[in-house]
Design a binder for this molecule. Sequence first.
Ligand code: G3P
Ligand code: MG
Length: 372
Amino acid sequence: MLRSAWSIRRLVAHGQLGKRSIHAKTTPFPEKLAFAFDIDGVLKQGHHNVLPQAKRVLRLLSGADGRLPKPIPFLLITNGGGIPDEQRRAVLSEELGVELTENQLVQSHTPIKQYVDKYRDKPVLVIGGKGEDCRRVAESYGLQHSYIPQDVIAWNPSIWDRTTLTQEEKDFARPTDFSKVAFSAAIVMHDTDDWGRDITLILDLLSSDKGVLGTRREGHNRADMRGDVELLLSNADLEWRSDWPIPRLGQGAFRLSLESVYKATTGLDLPYVQFGKPFKATYDFSELMLRRYLKQVGRDPNGQLNVYMVGDNPLSDIDGANRHGWSSILVRTGVFHDTHGEKPTHKPTVICDDVEKGVEWAIEEELRKGNL
Ligand code: G3P
Ligand code: MG
C-alpha cells in the first residue's frame, strides 16, 4: 500500500520515475478522486504565463502522458471570463497541452446560461470584456437581443460624455433607438474597462421606468418599489493574480463601487444576483459538469466523488469548496501568501506550495484513507 502510494506520488513529481506507469490491477487507484482547479494563480499567472507544474499535472491526470492506467477526472472553475466558453476552451487546451472537453470548463458567466432563459427574447445590456466579446458570450447562451454600452453611446453620447468611441467601436456598435428599448436585465459578464460609463448605465437602468434609458420611475428610491431591471454579476473577486506581482482589482471591486454610488444616490442597498465562486450556483453547476464528464468518459455519473478544489483565493475558491463539502487545497502561487505568517480568511484542508504539490497530497490522502 505504502509502496503504491509512493509510486503514484513519484509519478506526479515529474522526471523522477521517467516513463514508468502504474497498473490498475496491481496498484491501488484512487477511484473516487476528482479535482477542480482554479485558473489564475493556480495554473496560470497572468494572461500568457502558464505554470510548468500545471502542465505536468494536467497531462498526468488527463492520461495524456500515458502514465496513469486511466484518467483522474478534473475540471477548471475560474472567476475569469469575457470570451465564449468554446473559444476559451480552445485557448486553454492549447496553452495547457491537454484537450479539455466541453464539460471541463466553468467560467464565471457559464452558470448564467441556465438562469437567463427568461431573457431569451428580451433586451439585455451586457457589460464588461474587450470590444463586443461579451455580446458574443451572451449570444452563445441564447440571448437574442444583447446590447453593449458602445451601442448606447453610439445612439446618444450625452448619456456619458466622458468616453469617445474609437473607430473600431463605431464599426461594431449596432445602431438602435434606445428610447424604444425596454431592458429587462443588466449582466456584468467580466471586468469592465470603463467603470464610470458602466456604473452610470446600470444606475440609470435600475432607476428607470420599465427599463427604458432616459426615464426615471416614481419611487425609484423606495425600498418597497422594485424596479423592472434585474442586475446579474458574474464574479465577486475583489482581487486576482495577474502577471503583476501584487494582486489586482477584480469585478468585486467594481461591484463595491457600484453599491456605494447606488447607496449614495438612492439610499438603497444594491439589488443583484451574484454568480461565480464562492457562490452555490457555481458549485452546483460545476458538480453537474463533472458528472456529465464522468458519463462522457464511460464512468458512473452518480457514484461517490471526493472532489479536491485547488485554489489561490481563500475568499472564493476555498470558501466555496468548503461550503460545498469538497476538500480544499490552498496554494502559494497566487493571491494568498503566508510569508509573514498570514492566516487565510477561510481555512483550507491543507496549504501547499503549488498545484503539483497539492495534487500529490490529495492522491496520497485518498490512498491513505483507502478510498479505492
Ligand atoms: O478576472 C479573473 C479572476 O477574478 C480570477 O480568476 O481563475 O483565479 O478564478 P480565477
Ligand atoms: Mg485564482
